[in-house]
Unconditional design. Structure first.
Length: 113
């Protein structure tokens, strides 16, 4: 059974940086768009970044220029580099294998003001 395991969350001050990692068991990377999403309690889960099978990326406006998604297919790992963090970035961040519709368990990111 394929699983996604996120790591790298934590507490950081405004303006700081974090790098999230998502490791997959099983060979799904070559067959899936990989994505990072986030959710604040009570709100819907929103996309943060996508990286397509061919390597192209997509970001919503709030992430452009601050967040970078990358993937290492040899390591079955996708990363999210987050810079210039703001308190409104506080959320649980989830990794997703889009076509397989598989989610990780989430990792908490808290940005203090």
């Amino acid at each position: 059974q394929v699983q996604l395991v996120e790591s790298g969350g934590g507490l950081v001050q405004t303006g700081g940086s974090l790098r999230l990692s998502c490791a997959a068991s099983g060979s799904i990377f070559n067959m899936n768009t990989m994505g990072w999403y986030r959710q604040v309690s009570g709100n819907h889960r929103e996309v943060v970044a996508l990286i397509f099978i061919g390597g192209g990326t997509s970001y919503p406006e709030f992430a452009k220029g601050r967040f970078t998604i990358s993937r290492d297919n040899a390591k079955n790992t996708v990363y999210l580099q987050m810079n210039s963090l703001k308190p409104e970035d506080t959320a649980v961040y989830y990794c997703r294998a889009v076509q397989a519709e598989i989610w990780g368990q989430g990792t908490q990111v808290t940005v203090s003001s």
